[in-house]
Design a protein around this ligand. Structure first.
Ligand code: GUN
Length: 289
């Protein structure tokens, strides 16, 4: 038997359609949602992500503003741009693409973004709110993974055993917090954990976010589990470049009940959730329900 392939593109379209509709209503109410995307440096992958974010925002009717700064930009210059964007009434969401060059402190930059405009959900105030189960702007990739899980397994995830492979601030930690909020039993594993595969084999839900091509193979997956692959790894095979996930799709898909493909799984959801967060931020800033 082969797993159901979770169609991230189709599920993302629903979220985008909703964001489009809400944007149109906001514009009618006199609020035009605005998203500022800041890229420092020329990292090729980041350039693609930023371009996609800006284009998708425009396709939703959201005003989007791209700020490209040189890799040598001093920290003070980036902080003063953030300060201006914090004050700008046309901007409801601010996203600074990570990683940043070494002369800039990621922590200082994320702390400088007004929490109400923090559409990445990385500000300590939003991170804390998520941990405490309060309403807050939530990191886009884990939020997208949660929507995929609910579309696949139904709205009620309570009592399921979920394992999160990876403990990054961008995906692993907020993913674990979201699953806990959904009443799952949550295990987090990472590179120092010796028996990670055995722990993973116990789980009903596997979320892989480690950044290592094909690391999660069939040995890591219980028959019938649902597998969400967050990895986007560029590999060269027979002289050709291609994108693969953290999950070895060929060995895992006959074992799992459902699995996300790479590309076309989590990726489209991340961007759709960014649009949803921007609309939510615009509503909250305008004091609309
Ligand atoms: N770099 C990789 N993922 C992300 C993300 O979700 N947001 C930002 N700002 N940078 C990233």
């Amino acid at each position: 038997m082969s797993a159901l392939i979770i169609d991230g593109k189709a599920i993302a379209e629903k979220t985008l359609a909703n964001a489009r509709e809400e944007t149109a209503l906001l514009i009618k109410a006199g609020v035009h949602p605005g998203l500022a995307v800041v890229l420092v440096g020329e990292d090729p992958a980041s350039q693609v992500y930023v371009k996609n974010k800006v284009e998708k925002a425009r396709s939703c009717g959201i005003a989007s503003f791209e700020h490209r700064l040189s890799a040598k930009t001093p920290e003070t210059e980036l902080l003063s741009l953030i300060h201006r964007l914090n004050q700008d009434n046309a901007i409801h969401g601010i996203l600074v693409q990570l990683p940043l060059p070494p002369q800039i402190s990621e922590q200082k930059v994320l702390a400088a973004i007004r929490p109400e405009k923090d559409v990445d959900g990385f500000h300590a105030e939003n991170v804390g709110a998520l941990q405490q189960g309060r309403q807050a702007l939530t990191p886009c990739t884990p939020l997208g993974c949660l929507l995929l899980l609910k579309e696949t397994l139904g709205q009620d995830l309570s009592g399921k055993h979920a394992i999160v492979i990876g403990r990054s601030n961008i995906v692993g930690k907020p993913m674990a917090a979201l699953l806990l909020r959904e009443h799952c039993a949550v295990t987090i594993v990472h590179s120092r954990v010796k028996n990670a595969a055995a722990l993973s084999r116990e789980a009903d839900i596997v979320v892989a976010a480690v950044g290592r091509a094909g690391m999660v193979n069939a040995d890591w997956v219980k028959p019938g589990a649902t597998v969400i692959d967050v990895g986007i790894n560029r590999i060269t095979e027979n002289g050709k470049n291609r994108l693969v996930g953290d999950v070895d799709f060929t060995s895992v898909s006959p074992v799992a009940a459902a699995i996300t493909p790479v590309p076309g799984g989590v990726g489209p959801m991340t961007i759709a959730c960014l649009m949803q967060n921007t609309v939510h931020a615009a509503k909250a800033i305008a004091g609309l329900p």
